[in-house]
Design a protein around this ligand. Structure first.
Ligand SMILES: N[C@@H](CCC(=O)N[C@@H](CS)C(=O)NCC(=O)O)C(=O)O
Length: 290
């Protein structure tokens, strides 16, 4: 179902026009309430020439605000299913993508947390580990992103993220167990002074893995929780390698290039993408801190 939303924006640089702009379907909020009856929302907005930034700011700021130490505690275990995330966290992004892909925006409420200024009640009442992601469902709280993407797939309606057949399932297990090694080898180049060869081991593994099932550009041919598990990390690594080292991680890796291209067509993922500049800045700050 497509929904037309009339938006009147008084910001001086934006005026109504006939040019349609498609906005991700889960991204308009008033306070913590989402304005998203179910599908695409079109805003008829136009930025006056050369002033596009305020429009991006409007879209960005339409994400539900993060809760912080000043936020009132939620009524935990009141029957609401909630996914606690942080917008900048790649682990949380996995669970967020799974929720979006399965069309669960109305069934699983997104609760973003400001990790730098966390509400004390999050650790006390919600998740003792004090990390994101965490899912509050059926009077319990489940953490760990790789478990969560499987849990969401198995316990909610919507398109399946689980691969078909024994061979694909076995390869899915192998790929999921490689996620930690992948991060480790790439991060050793980014943070620990290892040369590019260390990261290349990880990217070459991706390239090889993507060649196994030929019926589609995804790890298992079909889109699955394996793609969901890797994409937040590849998103970050691609940006940082390009910006900081001028290295294109897709160069000489056509399967990886195609996979990124196809992932960028999946709205369940693109809705969750982080501001590229912020990601690069965050990385630079981390390196300086080390
Ligand atoms: N193994 C966990 C890692 C989750 C994680 O480390 N999340 C970070 C944010 S990206 C966090 O909550 N950090 C808070 C902390 O460690 O205090 C998973 O896969 O879910």
């Amino acid at each position: 179902m497509s929904v037309g939303v009339g938006v009147s924006v008084s910001y001086p640089s934006i005026s109504l026009s006939s040019r349609n702009l498609s906005v991700p379907s889960s991204s308009l909020y008033v306070g913590r309430k989402v304005l998203r009856p179910s599908s695409d929302i079109y805003l008829n907005l136009r930025c006056r020439k050369s002033r596009t930034k305020p429009l991006l700011a409007v879209i960005g700021s339409s994400r539900v605000p993060e809760l912080d130490s000043s936020s009132e505690p939620l009524q935990v275990f009141d029957g609401t299913t909630r996914l606690y995330i942080s917008y900048g966290c790649p682990f949380a992004q996995r669970a967020w993508i799974a929720r979006n892909y399965k069309g669960l925006q109305d069934k699983i409420e997104l609760v973003p947390i400001d990790l730098k200024n966390r509400p004390a009640w999050y650790k006390e009442k919600v998740y003792k580990a004090n990390k994101v992601p965490a899912l509050e469902h059926n009077n319990r709280v489940i953490g760990e992103s790789l478990d969560l993407i499987k849990y969401i797939d198995a316990n909610f309606d919507g398109p399946s993220l689980t691969p078909d057949g024994v061979e694909k399932q076995a390869f899915a297990d192998e790929l999921l167990s490689y996620t930690a090694t992948f991060s480790k080898v790439v991060r050793s180049t980014l943070f620990s002074g290892a040369d590019i060869a260390a990261a290349d081991v990880g990217f070459d593994y991706m390239e090889q893995a993507l060649s196994k099932f030929k019926e589609g550009p995804f790890f298992l041919g079909q889109f699955s929780f394996v793609d969901v598990a890797y994409v937040p990390f590849i998103e970050r690594f691609q940006l940082i390698f390009k910006d900081v080292m001028n290295v294109d991680i897709t160069s000489g890796r056509p399967n990886l290039a195609l996979w990124i291209q196809e992932m960028n067509k999946i709205e369940a993922y693109t809705e969750t993408r982080h501001d590229p500049q912020e990601l690069v800045e965050k990385y630079k700050k981390l390196v300086q801190a080390k």
